[in-house]
Design a binder for this molecule. Structure first.
Ligand code: ZN
Ligand code: FE
Length: 256
């Protein structure tokens, strides 16, 4: 059983960077590279040496710091096979089911296309910890820049299959705005109403609302709740297929 240490780092406007440290070996990975300065500062503060970068997708706010961090630390860069040509400095391209070893810890690669064509997530199954990039957010999901609703729905279902107590580290602090949309489509979800209130309180104090858990998202995130009667009633889609309910929910959020 590995015992990961995780350092969350505020980057750019609303990104989160993450350092994952395996104390047994000293191996340390940066999950994506949104901003070099804060990542280097966090490494220094914890006394960790960067050994790996694990990229989730090619967007600049996720891989933009790759080249500089690799040059400064000599770390190895691992990223999605489906978009390896767009990942600066990539050494190892990975896909569905591949295992990435970080010292004694092991991350399983899950392909989650939709936001981008080759987007991947990293699940440290033993630790019940997953890094999902811009696929799943607290009360939200990524915009469909390169993929279809059907692809994204399949991807989200893969994440929903993780154990309920899995801690989910998302790449952005979008939760408060997501909550307003979620309430508009599922106003009678009491767990959601309570969560939205908590989120407002946290944000008023400047606190982070990430990470989240699979259980909490399944209970409150409208993008995982295609089966919800309340959501279906709002959309006027009582008898539609789940994937179509998801697609309409995503479409409405884009225009919210
Ligand atoms: Zn992105
Ligand atoms: Fe992003």
């Amino acid at each position: 059983m590995s015992k990961l240490e995780i350092q969350q780092i505020a980057c750019l406007e609303d990104n989160y960077g993450y350092l994952v440290h395996d104390p047994a070996s000293g191996a340390t990975a940066s999950i994506d590279t949104p901003e070099v300065g804060p990542i280097l500062a966090a490494l220094e503060k914890r006394g960790w040496k960067l050994t790996h970068i694990l990229n989730t997708h090619h967007h600049y706010d996720h891989a933009g710091g790759n080249a500089e961090l690799k040059e400064k630390t000599g770390c190895k860069i691992i990223g999605p096979r489906g978009e390896q040509e767009a990942i600066p400095g990539i050494d190892i391209a990975v896909g569905e089911g591949d295992i990435v070893e970080l010292g004694t810890a092991r991350a399983r690669v899950i392909e989650v296309p939709g936001h981008t064509r080759g987007h991947i997530a990293y699940s440290f199954d033993e630790d019940h910890v997953a890094f999902v990039g811009d696929t799943l957010f607290a009360l939200g999901c990524g915009r469909l820049f390169e993929g279809t609703p059907a692809q994204m729905w399949t991807s989200l279902n893969k994440l929903m299959a993780l154990p309920d107590d899995t801690i989910v580290y998302c790449a952005h602090e979008y939760t408060q705005a997501n909550a307003r949309f979620a309430l508009s489509v599922e106003p009678q979800n009491t767990a959601l109403v309570a969560r939205a209130r908590e989120i407002d309180e946290k944000r008023a104090k400047g606190e982070w609302t990430v990470p989240t858990t699979i259980a909490l998202e399944k209970a409150t995130n409208p993008f995982l709740r295609a089966a919800s009667h309340d959501l279906r009633a709002t959309l006027g889609m009582a008898n539609a297929k789940d994937v179509d309910v998801f697609a309409e929910t995503r479409h409405r959020k884009d225009n919210f």
